[in-house]
Design a binder for this molecule. Structure first.
Ligand SMILES: [Zn+2]
Length: 449
């Protein structure tokens, strides 16, 4: 707008000057050596403007001639880059729909036309993978690793290949290298944590977990469970190395971090029993009993007092079971202790109560024993045992990835090498159920312990 106004003003000024000069009488004389030019003011003004215009045109032409080759090169480069980006776009689209051949062709074209090879390399790698050319893809990933801008991409590609071929040493080296470059990326931290767990380097895994927490890559609830789980394994490792002091410290810490994580309470109870610290052990079991009574903790609690007379044992068990008196585990614990103490009436009362509310093979077996011990009634006992054989399976430690059954909880399934896949529940009876469980998020699986 301003330019238009300025232009109108300029044209107006020239027109006014022209009118002024036309109206102005007189003449102009220019003497140059032997030359004499005599003319009117308007003719002189017109001649000056014409000379100025011709000079401007000559200046522009000479400028274009001088800068011409560079300008042409620049235009050509821009056109080539546009072409290369079009090849790349079409190539990535072809890769996205699984057309590896077309993607490879376009990647080759882009590589010859573009200055920046990072994208062309990425497309080439994707295309090679789609075409099943593993060796070619590996070479491209190696190429990527020597360029700072694509180094991490190259590492990731090689790492996935090494994982597929089961080369654990290479996986480890690549994960450590990726961690040195970017210790704040989720896949880098997850891979490294898994590797360290598989190598039983639980303290190293805890350091990696700390990075995930610092970079907000993990929820605080899941972080607590993971830390607790790693501490449980670290405690077991210390115990295997006869370092009872560290084993105790680590197990207690695991309970403090996640009081609702069952394996932590079990690990702490075990080490405290070994150390003869029965009161501390009882307190840990009692506090978990409030959250979820569990048969393993029940039997640990019983073992604390197994040297006492049976009546004292029952009194102690009552202190535990009155925390959740109606829970099946409390009833079974009291029923089986009463059976041991030959308190038939009490045993029958507790066991029949459980049998009514939540029958299981375990309670049928105890009732069968009751019939044998109290009444020597083998026929009645046999009937309970038949029921036990037909009852649904008992809860166990099971792997949500492969379905393997474990005697105790571990962070790593030694059957399929999955991490965080073992929880407490009924064994998987079909592939469908196993699949359903394995797609549960890790935090869900651990919390259900
Ligand atoms: Zn498994």
């Amino acid at each position: 707008m301003i330019r238009i106004i300025l232009f109108i003003l300029l044209v107006g000024a020239i027109a006014a000057l022209a009118v002024f000069l036309v109206d102005e009488r007189g003449h102009v004389e220019i003497v140059w050596g032997d030359w004499l030019i005599s003319t009117s003011p308007i003719a002189l003004a017109a001649a000056s403007l014409t000379i100025a215009f011709i000079s401007l045109v000559i200046w522009q032409i000479s400028r274009w001639i001088f800068r011409g080759p560079r300008g042409i090169k620049r235009i050509r480069r821009i056109a080539l880059q546009r072409k290369a980006y079009r090849h790349l776009t079409e190539g990535f689209l072809a890769a996205a729909i699984g057309d590896g051949g077309k993607a490879q062709k376009l990647a080759r074209k882009a590589k010859t036309t573009i200055n920046e090879p990072a994208l062309a390399l990425l497309l080439s790698a994707q295309a090679a993978q789609l075409e099943g050319q593993r060796e070619a893809a590996i070479e491209i990933f190696k190429d990527m690793m020597v360029r700072p801008e694509t180094e991490l991409l190259g590492i990731r590609g090689l790492l996935l290949n090494a994982k597929k071929s089961g080369n654990q040493l290479e996986v480890r080296e690549l994960a450590e290298r990726a961690y040195r470059i970017r210790p704040d990326i989720e896949w880098v931290l997850t891979t490294l944590l898994e590797l360290r767990v598989r190598n039983r380097d639980y303290m190293g895994a805890l350091k990696v977990l700390k990075e995930s927490i610092r970079n907000n890559l993990i929820s605080s609830d899941l972080a607590k469970i993971r830390r607790s789980a790693l501490l449980v394994e670290a405690s077991r490792k210390a115990k295997r190395n006869d370092n009872q002091r560290d084993a105790h410290k680590l197990a207690i810490r695991s309970v403090e971090i996640a009081p609702n994580f069952l394996p932590a309470s079990i690990a702490a109870a075990e080490i405290l029993i070994e150390m003869g610290r029965f009161n501390a052990c009882a307190r840990i079991i009692e506090s978990f009993w409030k959250i979820a009574p569990h048969p393993t903790l029940g039997s640990k609690y019983r073992s604390i007092y197994e040297d006492r007379d049976i009546h004292t044992q029952i009194k102690r068990l009552e202190r535990l079971t009155k925390i959740s008196p109606d829970h099946t585990e409390s009833q079974i614990l009291m029923g089986s202790a009463a059976l041991e103490a030959k308190l038939w009436g009490s045993a029958r009362k507790h066991l029949l109560e459980v049998e009514k509310r939540s029958p299981s093979a375990r309670v049928y077996r105890l009732l069968a024993r009751l019939e044998t011990d109290e009444n020597q009634d083998t026929q009645e006992s046999h009937l309970w045992l038949i029921k036990a054989s037909e009852a649904p399976p008992e809860e166990v430690w099971r792997c949500g990835s492969c379905g393997a059954i474990h005697t105790t909880w571990h962070i790593l399934c030694n059957s399929c090498a999955s991490i965080d896949s073992i929880d407490w529940g009924v064994p998987f009876s079909s592939n469908k159920k196993l699949h359903e469980a394995s797609i549960l998020p890790n935090d869900k699986r651990i919390e259900s312990n």
